[in-house]
Structure formats: structure tokens, C-alpha cells
Design a protein around this ligand. Sequence first.
Ligand code: RFL
Ligand code: PHB
Length: 394
Amino acid sequence: MRTQVAIIGAGPSGLLLGQLLHKSGIDAIILERQTGDYVLSRIRAGVLEQVCIDLMDEAGVGKRMHEEGLIHGGFDLLVDGQRHRIDMNKLTGGQNVMVYGQTELTRDLMEAREAQGLPTVYSADNVQVHDFDTDKPRVTYEKDGQTHTIECDFIAGCDGFHGVCRKSAPRSAIKEYEKVYPFGWLGMLSDTPPVHHELIYANSPRGFALCSQRSLTRSRYYVQVPLTDKVEEWSDDAFWNELRLRLDDEANEQLVTGPSIEKSIAPLRSFVTEPLRFGRMFLAGDAGHIVPPTGAKGLNLAATDVKYLHNALKEFYEEKSEAGIDRYSEIALKRIWRAERFSWWFTQLMHKFPDDGEIVSKFQRAEIDYLLNSESGQKTIAENYVGLPLDFGQ
Ligand code: RFL
Ligand code: PHB
């Protein structure tokens, strides 16, 4: 088999890249280790920046997102029982975010790919990348007991944090930066109306909590938990009780509880790989970097990496120029580090750090007090939350 771009991974970054390349007349095959249903069963992100919304439109798959997505112009910070609204729309001169689940975005991309007859191999085992230091890279995989080879011009590593592409880069050519946080997020999805029409990020003496949503009838809640906690040990009742203890009276009056549809614990990590290009192999999305979810940036960064990569590949094929692929890593990393910084900062501000003692929670409160009483402080939060434009001065 031969293709122009072999994409590893059918998560949001691989699927979006496939769609953008197709629009530009560039062939791609996607190889995915899991089944399509499994990919769709992973409950993850929920908040899209405007640049991500625009990219879904550019890929021609934005119709359902615009019909069902919920536009949010602000969110609340809850600290010591007091709610403060960050009016993102006003503070950024009219920008918003959209609540639309990663599952739905992935489904839209998968369906468009299938309708256009574009090749995706699901349940591809033992994917391996070869010869990406030459201009004739290859990818091999196993399916139904047979080994297959794809010859290609480029390999796009869109295979997430545990994928094979980053691990295949020569150790001497790669540098990895990592910070692991001493807690995780226990998330719960339920078919109950959201507690509030916008998101609530809470810093409480018992730890962080987040009230999010997927629709007007489906809620997504998170509570900070120790890394040693096991999801099986958390009954639905225990989750609701803990959430209540971290919210204010008004939220508790509105809170509608019900059975969980999904519950899981995610560890929190900041992680960046430099560079994102190894010869003819590129990393995009979680394969190259991870943010703690507090800033709602992971999926959005995956989308913008893919946009930069698409532009670079288009330039290569249309203008026979390598300038774009040569700059991909530098341009993408500049935006990635900005989002990494915001996600780290917001995580530090809003969580309880078990080893840091009371003085650090006093610092957090003083910082929040400062931010909320300063228009430029609020603007800083709002500007970062709605996301940077694609070309912010690279
Ligand atoms: P994914 O989604 O991990 O997809 C990678 C795909 O590659 C496949 N794969 C392989 N395929 C073939 N061969 C191999 N050897 C392979 N190894 C792996 C995998 O099966 C998978 O299908 O990476 P991608 O596409 O880069 O997308 C990244 C996003 O999924 C991620 O950044 C976000 O979910 C992060 N995130 C959030 N991002 C936001 O922008 N806004 C949010 O509100 C938000 N909330 C979250 C989040 C992530 C969370 N978790 C679970 C970490 C909330 C949570 C709780
Ligand atoms: C979510 O809805 O899953 C979500 C929303 C905002 C975040 C993280 C996760 O910051």
C-alpha cells in the first residue's frame, strides 16, 4: 500500500488532520490500535476554543457542532463559598468558548471520513514506524494475523501520550519536560441537568471541584482526589456527597443528582517533547505534549498543532517548499508552551497541594483576591481561557 501521509491514531488530532488533508487533495491512511467504538467511549474534553470551532468548519464537519454546541461567554470561580464570574466575552472584546464533547467532535469526524470513503484501519496491532530519517518512510502493522506495509512520504504521530511514534524517535534527538501533580481528577458523567448554566471551577478547603456539562440534560463533574484512590472505591453517593462539600449553598440547592454513566480517574501531568519533528515524522496532539485539564487546553492544542502541520504539508505538496515542515516544530511549540504555562498556573491556583501546608492556600487566596479585584488580572484569565489566535506573532 502507498499513501502520501500515514497518520497513526484516530483520536481528534489524527481524524482532524485526515479531514484537512483530504480537503487539500492530499491522501492519508489512518491506523488506529483500538476499535472505533472504543475510541468513542473515552469521555474526555468538553470545551472548544474559537480556533478549534473554526477548524471544524474548515474541515467541513461543523454542522452538528453549531446545532448542538452551547456557547459560553463566562465561567465562575468559587473560592471560600463566594462565586465570582469571569465575563470572558466582555473581557476579551466578544470572544466565547463552546461546550461540545470530544466524543461528539470525534464522531462527526469519523462519520465524515466514512461517508467520503477515506481509509481508516481500526484494530491495527503492533504499528511500527520505519526509515523516517530518509525520504521513503514506512509503517508496518498487523491485522487479522497478517503483516501489512504502508509506504509514504510522511508519518504523522497523532497517537496520544502512550503511542508508538514518540517512543520511536532517537533518544539522542529528543528532550522531554515533565511535571507530575500529586493528585488526580475523579470525573463523573450523569444524565442530570447541569447545576449552573456555565462552568464552576471551585477551590475549596477539601480540594478542587469542577462543574461542567455536555448538554442541557447531561452533566460532567470532577473532584480532586489523591493518586492512591481507586475508582471502584467511589460509589455514586460518595461522589455526590464529596462534590456537595466543595460547592456553595446556591449550587447545592440547584444540584440534581442521579446515577453515573461513566466514572474514571485521570492523573494530572504537564509534559512537552522537543522537537516535534524527526526527519519525516511529526508529532501532534497528546503524542507531543500533555496539559493538566484545568485550563481545558488539551484538545484545543491538538487541533491547532494539526492545523500548523496541515499548512506545512500543503506547502510541501503545492509549492514544493520545505520551509513549512522545517518550521512546524518551532511554531507549534511556541503556542504549546503558552498553553502549558496557563494550564500549570491555573492548576496551581485552584488545587489543594497536600504537602504545601496552609501558607500556600493563603497565597492562593491572596492571588485570587488580587486577580478578581483587578481588571487586568481578570483579563489575563479570560484571554488565556478563550485561547490564543493561531498566528499570535510567531
Ligand atoms: P488521543 O485522543 O489520545 O488519541 C490518540 C489515538 O491514538 C491511538 N493509538 C494508537 N494507534 C495505533 N497504534 C498505536 N501504537 C497507538 N497508540 C495509541 C489511541 O488509541 C487513540 O485513539 O490524542 P489526540 O488525538 O492528540 O487528542 C488529545 C485529546 O484527547 C486530549 O488532549 C484531551 O482530551 C484533553 N482534555 C481536554 N482538552 C480540552 O481541550 N478541553 C477539555 O475540556 C479537556 N478536558 C481532557 C479533559 C483530558 C482528560 N483526561 C482523561 C486526561 C478532561 C480529562 C479528564
Ligand atoms: C469537561 O467538561 O470535561 C472539562 C471542562 C473544562 C475543563 C476540563 C474538563 O477545564
